[in-house]
Design a binder for this molecule. Structure first.
Ligand code: MN
Length: 232
């Protein structure tokens, strides 16, 4: 038994479709503005190199298939936004991975939400400060069960969508990514050494908007288990 002066943090893990074993989370990388129509709604041209931010692993809240989970409305914000995203789960690490080889490094895919305190993020942007307080807060990354890549179908052309209280909010297609899954892995692995357990939230399409206490979010990517999240 290890000898620590304070309790060690347990590893956050996600269920895997078709397996009793789980996927242990190491890091959560996120891609900013990776759908042109979302970049435009945020006031940008939709044409820029990919950029990245991170969430802590313990911001991930597992959302098992067929089960509604709850997250708390976070402190400090008056403008909590939903961002529905395809999540890529790395199975084999590496650095300087080429886009053409990148899918070999993917274990599987899941549906995730990059919850965002938009008002705090906007304030940090204005001041040229880091986004952490807007993006990397507790419970900011509900993520569904991981489907192994071989079982996920044609994920590169899957529909991605989010409903809030049964009303459509976001709807697009993974083919609309500015930077493809392979290109994202290439760029990321030039900057960091990727490892098994790394999740990549690949960006959100247009239609981001606010949610409040009591709202029910239903997120889908065709071929993957959906996620159901209620704001508490
Ligand atoms: Mn996002």
């Amino acid at each position: 038994m290890s000898n620590y002066v304070v309790p060690a943090t347990p590893t956050v893990s996600l269920p895997v479709v078709g397996s009793d074993a789980r996927y242990p989370v190491r890091r959560v990388y996120c891609v900013g503005r990776n759908y042109a129509a979302h970049a435009q709604e945020m006031g940008f041209s939709g044409r820029e190199p990919p950029f990245f931010f991170l969430k802590p692993a313990d911001a991930v809240v597992p959302a098992p298939a067929g089960e509604a989970i709850e997250i708390d409305y976070p402190p400090l914000t008056k403008d909590l936004h939903h961002e529905i995203e395809l999540v890529v789960a790395i199975g084999e690490g590496g650095r300087q991975i080429r886009a053409a080889d990148a899918l070999r490094h993917v274990y599987g895919y899941a549906v995730g939400l990059d919850m965002t305190r938009r008002d705090l993020q906007a304030d940090m942007k204005k001041q040229g400060r880091p986004w952490c307080i807007g993006k990397a807060f507790d419970q900011s990354a509900p993520v569904g069960a991981i489907t192994p890549a071989k079982d996920a179908g044609d994920i590169a052309h899957a529909t991605i969508a989010l409903e809030v209280n049964g009303q459509p909010r976001q709807r697009s297609d993974i083919s609309q990514l500015i930077w493809s899954i392979g290109e994202v892995i290439e760029h990321l692995s030039n900057a960091w050494t990727l490892a098994p357990g790394d999740l990549i939230m690949t960006g959100t399409p247009e239609g981001v908007a606010a949610v409040g206490r009591g709202d029910r979010l239903h997120g889908t990517v065709d071929g993957l288990p959906s996620i159901d999240v209620r704001i508490r």
